[in-house]
Design a protein around this ligand. Sequence first.
Ligand code: SF4
Ligand code: SF4
Length: 259
Amino acid sequence: MSLSTQFASSPSPTPPFHCVGCGACCKGRFIPLTLAEAQQWLKRGHEVAVLLEAFEVSTWPQAPQAYAYNVQRSAPVRCGEQTLQVTAILAGQAIPRCPNLGGDDRCGIYAERPLVCRIYPMEINPFIALRISDKECPPESWAAPATLATDRAEEREVLANIERSRQADRADAARKIALCQDLGLTTAAWKGNGLAIYFPLRDALLQAIERLPASASPRLGGDWQVRVVDTALRERLSGLPLAFDEGEPLNYLFHPVSA
Ligand code: SF4
Ligand code: SF4
């Protein structure tokens, strides 16, 4: 399939792609899940991590469309005297390999696999350009021939799944933050600086999801903190009345990311 039309921000046309079923994308990573998919993942007996990042309107770079996209998949919370947007990502743990991956490197839940597994290696975020060098897919997967009809049918399916994923991101955003508050997961890392990664107990997370009201939204209670591990960034943010988490992370892991 050729998905070049989807990626307005891609620097160059995307070459044809056909999954060769190598299973490389099912190993050594987190698998982002919708709230409903996370519930299913937990019910199958597998672990789900919670990744939190935060940002704030006055510090956002000059990219209003990207800002709007990220606001839609986040929810406002109170952090010190400041309102922050927090995004929660529920992610199946596929480290060192996905628990659904068989010994033959085939997906054991293929018909029910998460949206992100149906979309990979394409990008869900329209502001992230597809870079083949960042993907696990072997060279032959980017060069496999296909009939035009197959090509177009696959492209339509992937695009529909991308839209479903974005829709779920928007629909789940506030409920996921309410879920985090319920579980006491209330420190986020500054977006672009890192991710705060929590590993809640499987049963506790499943029960919290099951008791989460359909209309749940976060309390604006002021009990959130933010972690910033970058001296220059910390200096830039010092004028904001934020509650910084300065101590050792007690119940989460700070995973730095490059901006
Ligand atoms: S659910 Fe299936 S496709 Fe998705 S990572 Fe696991 S094994 Fe791979
Ligand atoms: S790494 Fe690429 S080619 Fe291999 S199974 Fe995943 S999507 Fe298919």
